[in-house]
Design a protein. Structure first.
Length: 116
């Protein structure tokens, strides 16, 4: 099962269903529709939910459209968005940087064990 890590402040958004899109750079996991995923807290690496990728798209940040942003945490403007992803990935991010947009849905824990 593939693992996606989320910062602690994003976990409530994921669990409430408000956040059902994630953006990833340099996708070393080859995320694809149909993949089951374990969602972990970024620092502790403890699982907090499970999900399934329902759709993916790959494009430059500058070509993101409304559909790519609904279900993702909002930014006040593009500069804030690029700064946040520059911080996350420790490499400059701009309008030309390729981003993988992955839509997901939460699914029951396949191991039937309690989380967190």
């Amino acid at each position: 099962m593939k693992v996606l890590k989320f910062r602690e402040h994003l976990m409530p958004l994921v669990l409430s269903g408000e956040k059902d899109i994630t953006w990833r750079l340099f996708d070393d996991k080859a995320l694809a529709a149909g993949d089951d995923i374990e969602l972990q807290e970024y620092v502790s690496k403890k699982p907090f939910a499970y999900g399934r990728i329902t759709k993916v798209a790959e494009k430059p940040f500058g070509e993101l459209i409304k559909e790519d942003k609904q279900g993702h945490e909002a930014f006040k403007d593009d500069a804030e968005m690029y700064a946040q992803y520059t911080e996350y990935y420790k490499t400059p991010v701009d309008v030309y940087t390729i981003v993988k947009v992955a839509w997901f849905e939460l699914i029951p824990n396949p191991d039937k064990t309690a989380l967190l």
